[in-house]
Design a protein around this ligand. Structure first.
Ligand code: 1GP
Length: 245
């Protein structure tokens, strides 16, 4: 039952493509899906702060019928759940003090999740200042950690580990102008949990830098929404990586 967690854990250079259901349903799906299939990222993350259940469900059904890439829900709310997904990051927004995102949505989703055969991965989710106010900051009504407060990030991630979280996710939020700093990645990695990094990642050089700093998985959303051909660059990255393994 912990197949996706093992995959996340043992990946050292993984790429997750983030699909926002709200945008996906309005997109030229065919071009995107063809390029996605060609790129073969390690994971598909499905999530967005404001997607409706209808948008969410149809996005998962289309993606699941089209490709075999492991599909991981990155939920923004209690209704972002679907039995066809392979796993769900059960996020607690530990950098904030909004009870809805610490435990509230979790309670609303608990019974439904318990009756589904999908892997649930308890995840410490930390929002880091990425140079601009992002929708996750606004929707969650929480303040991100300043990006030079490395010790704060490390201590929060460590507290999450002691609470039983299996993975840490540091996110500057979609469309951030700065990514999570390398020093913060290194310090948070030192607590010994696998690490996902997202927000504002727009080049292969940056992906390499963040992997070298200790990210097991880097997440790319916005860049592909703006330039679907970035999936071709990801395809080349994957080819080199898999050829080298
Ligand atoms: C996922 O919020 C990120 O963690 C995605 O950020 O859309 O800026 O790639 P981008």
């Amino acid at each position: 039952m912990s197949q996706i967690l093992s995959l996340l854990q043992f990946s050292s250079k993984a790429i997750a493509v983030l699909v926002d259901p709200e945008k996906f349903v309005k997109l030229d799906n065919k071009t995107f899906l063809n390029k996605l299939q060609f790129a073969q990222p390690d994971f598909l993350f499905i999530g967005g702060s404001t997607a409706t259940r209808k948008e969410f469900d149809s996005c998962i059904e289309i993606l699941k019928s089209y490709c075999k890439i492991p599909l991981v829900i990155f939920p923004g709310a209690a209704h972002h759940i679907h039995e066809k997904a392979d796993a769900l990051l059960f996020l607690s927004l530990l950098s904030g003090r909004n009870p809805d995102y610490l435990i509230g949505h979790h309670i609303q989703a608990a019974d439904e999740l318990d009756n589904m055969d999908i892997e649930i991965i308890p995840t410490s989710y930390l929002l880091i200042d990425g140079g601009r106010k992002t929708s996750v900051e606004f929707v969650s009504q929480t303040t991100p950690i300043p990006n030079d407060q490395i010790e704060i990030a490390r201590k929060i991630a460590l507290a999450g580990k002691l609470q039983g979280k299996k993975i840490t996710y540091l996110d500057c939020g979609s469309g951030a102008t700065q990514t999570v700093p390398v020093k913060m990645i290194q310090q948070v990695k030192s607590i010994g949990l696998p690490l996902i990094i997202g927000g504002g990642i727009r080049t292969i050089e940056k992906i390499n830098e963040l992997h070298s700093a200790g990210a097991n998985v880097v997440v790319i959303g916005n860049k592909i929404e703006e330039d679907v051909d970035f999936l071709i660059d990801i395809a080349n990255f994957q080819k080199i990586k898999n050829g080298a393994n």
